[in-house]
Write a new protein. Structure first.
Length: 181
């Protein structure tokens, strides 16, 4: 009796398919979770960058009339861009059509990566020689996004206040509403 030497038996084919199914079943949820987490991470990273540039601006001396003053914050800005996007888009925060372009330019806030969220810079006081009351934020920074395009927004918010040394410091709490909508 001659035995066929080429190809695979049905048992071998089923074994390969089962192994491939197990690998796919383990990989796909992990990939989707990683993809969603990377989209959400943008908001926290950009709020951290916004705080960094605001703290530098607050500490610097600015020409006001004929004197140089510190502890300044510019006008509110945003939300910028005006609309959120489910896919990442490049945004020029210094463009004249961008809400609050003068403030974004003064702060030096210009993200280099494409964005899915829109950002708001909202100081409780504007001008120089600012000092927040204890327990009250001097600045609120916000990111809003609609990652799946259903109209429901994820909101990330971070506050900043002034410490005892007169520095603009962010709170350790990142407020989140509808993280993944």
């Amino acid at each position: 009796m001659k035995r066929r030497q080429e190809g695979m038996t049905i048992v071998e084919v089923c074994t390969v398919i089962c192994i491939a199914g197990v690998v796919v079943a383990a990989f796909v949820p992990t990939f989707v979770r990683h993809l969603r987490t990377s989209k959400i991470a943008e908001a926290a990273q950009m709020l951290e960058e916004m705080h960094r540039v605001a703290a530098v601006y607050y500490a610097a001396r600015h020409e006001v009339g004929s004197s140089r003053q510190a502890h300044c914050l510019p006008q509110a800005a945003g939300p910028s861009p005006a609309a959120t996007s489910s896919s990442a888009v490049d945004v020029d925060f210094g463009a004249p059509t961008t809400p609050g372009a003068a403030t974004w330019t003064a702060l030096g806030f210009q993200p280099t990566q494409p964005l899915r969220y829109r950002y708001t810079f909202a100081p409780s006081q504007v001008g120089c020689d600012l000092h927040a009351e204890r327990g009250h934020p001097l600045l609120v920074m916000r990111a809003e996004g609609d990652l799946d395009g259903d109209g429901a927004r994820s909101t990330f918010e971070r506050n900043a206040s002034v410490d005892a040394e007169g520095n603009l410091v962010r709170t350790d709490i990142l407020f989140v509403r509808n993280r993944v909508e």
